[in-house]
Design a protein around this ligand. Structure first.
Ligand code: UN1
Length: 495
């Protein structure tokens, strides 16, 4: 049975002011309607920002460890509901159950890390240049955070942003992707059950133009955290500069796995299969390029095509399925467009290349795992993000060439090298232009307590995850306490 879901604004579950709704359907079987959600607009955003602003003063005064206790409780509830959350996630966006379980677990890990951060939020104490004077820096919340999240990690990414925002004392207006409103709604229910005061968290469903843009433009929002495409990220950055909002952008990737001639080929094969076709290739961190040493090229390609052709497509809730559907028809079209671009550029299609409609997959957005071989660095399929189950394979003759080819993209999120040579591994760590480098592991699989983010066109220098994201959600206040009982002039009286 499908259900009608609502926004949560001003401490209440409410419809969009327009009364309009949109449908959420299962990408593995579009006949299955999961629910209808409010199609909101600027007026709904205004109400949500008002609510978040009203709640800020009280929330900021709650001790951070107490806020952390609430986040811990949210993690506990997610743990108890892990399977149910993950099943619904597979229904609404397609990836296989093992992966949606991982996505939910990433949210739980983030909760427990954030909870403990409530007991840190370190500042510094520093000696003063004057006698009887005390210097320190403390961290203060910013205000209202606008959080705009994608559909590919419907639980993990919202938790990456919202748990740190809350533990630092900010209130939140949350716009989840319209492909995954159910997981987002469940997340908000969990926050409320855990004890987040009602007006502190607000969720507004709807599209980017109708909801995202008013959030970005709203003068009473202090910071924006966005994960999505580079195009949208750039426009957010421009719009937000008008009232000097702080903006964290997590954008595209064109991640590569290098396989050197001394690599453990079986291990590298497992890595590239998981990196390229896990989540149907729909990760910012997905392995979109394989940079393969010429000495192992033919052998490895044979292993790769044989293994990738055995991957089983289907509904992610069924046991034995390796690859679920793509999230919607637009994504299938994008992949089809790139297969055409690649073959026209001269790449060789060695596997897949078509939407997949067999058996149970007839009514879903499935696409075959696809491999383009003999790709050269100047081709578009070597440089542009595709966000689907497509792997471009490039042949290289040396380590130096491999790094140069890897760096030949506007993006810089994740990267990987398979080699048994420790000198090469460390040189790669130094010379690869990416925010994340894996040695003898695939490009996917970041952990919640480590900084996550990229260089170049992948973002604007901020990191999510780990300790660094807490810098984003706070401002520094510098404090001087003079206990000398007299006027002391810095730089003057002491010199
Ligand atoms: C993303 O694709 O935006 O490292 C996030 C990974 C996951 C997170 C991916 N832990 O692949």
């Amino acid at each position: 049975m499908s259900k009608k879901y609502q926004n949560f604004i001003g401490g209440k579950w409410v419809d969009a002011l327009s009364g309009e709704t949109f449908e959420n359907r299962n990408p593995a079987n579009w006949n299955e309607l999961i629910g209808t959600f409010p199609s909101s607009g600027k007026a709904d955003v205004d109400a949500a920002v008002k609510s978040a602003r009203e709640a800020f003063n009280e929330w900021r005064l709650m001790p951070a460890p107490e806020r952390g206790d609430i986040i811990k409780k949210a993690g506990d509830i997610m743990w108890d509901r892990k399977e149910e959350i993950s099943r619904n996630m597979t229904r609404e966006m397609g990836k296989v159950l093992a992966e949606t379980m991982g996505d939910t677990q990433e949210g739980i890990d983030t909760a427990y890390y954030a909870a403990s951060e409530g007991r840190r939020l370190f500042g510094h104490t520093v000696p003063s240049e004057l006698r009887n004077k005390f210097n320190m820096s403390i961290r203060i919340p910013m205000g209202v955070a606008g959080v705009i999240t994608p559909w590919n990690f419907p639980m993990a990414i919202p938790t990456w942003k919202i748990f740190p925002a809350l533990v630092c004392g900010n209130t939140v207006v949350f716009k989840p992707a319209s492909d995954t409103p159910l997981t987002a709604t469940t997340f908000v229910e969990i926050l409320l059950e855990a004890g987040v005061p009602p007006k502190v968290i607000n969720i507004v469903h709807g599209g980017g133009a109708n909801v995202g843009t008013p959030i970005v433009n709203h003068p009473d929002i202090n910071l924006i955290s966005f994960t999505g495409s580079t195009g949208v990220g750039k426009s957010i950055s421009k719009a937000a500069s008008d009232n000097l909002k702080r903006v964290s952008l997590e954008l595209g990737g064109k991640n590569a796995q290098i396989v050197m001639d001394d690599a453990d080929l079986e291990l590298a094969l497992e890595g590239v299969l998981w990196g390229a076709f896990g989540t149907t290739g729909q990760r910012c961190t997905a392995t979109s390029r394989l940079i393969l040493h010429e000495k192992v090229y033919d052998r490895f390609m044979e292993m790769l095509v044989a293994a990738a052709s055995k991957l089983k497509l289907g509904n992610g809730l069924q046991a034995g399925v390796d690859v679920g559907p793509m999230v919607n028809s637009d994504q299938v079209e994008t992949v089809q467009r790139y297969v055409k671009i690649g073959t026209e550029e001269g790449a060789k299609l060695v596997l897949g290349g078509k939407p997949y409609k067999d058996g149970d997959c007839a009514d879903g957005w499935f696409h075959e795992p696809t491999i383009l071989a003999e790709v050269t660095p100047e081709m578009r399929v070597a440089k542009e993000e595709i966000f689907g189950p497509v792997l471009s394979v490039l042949r290289i003759g040396s380590f130096e060439e491999a790094v140069k080819v890897l760096n030949n993209t506007e993006y810089g999120l994740s990267s990987s090298i398979y080699t048994r040579d420790v000198n090469r591994a460390f040189t790669a760590i130094r010379d690869i232009e990416a925010g994340i480098t894996y040695v003898n592991g695939p490009t996917i699989g970041a952990e919640a307590h480590m900084p996550f983010g990229g260089v170049k066109g992948t973002g604007n220098g901020h990191r999510e995850g780990g300790w660094e994201v807490y810098e984003f959600y706070t401002e520094t206040k510098t404090v001087f306490v003079d206990y000398s009982g007299k006027l002391q002039r810095a730089q003057i009286d002491n010199y």
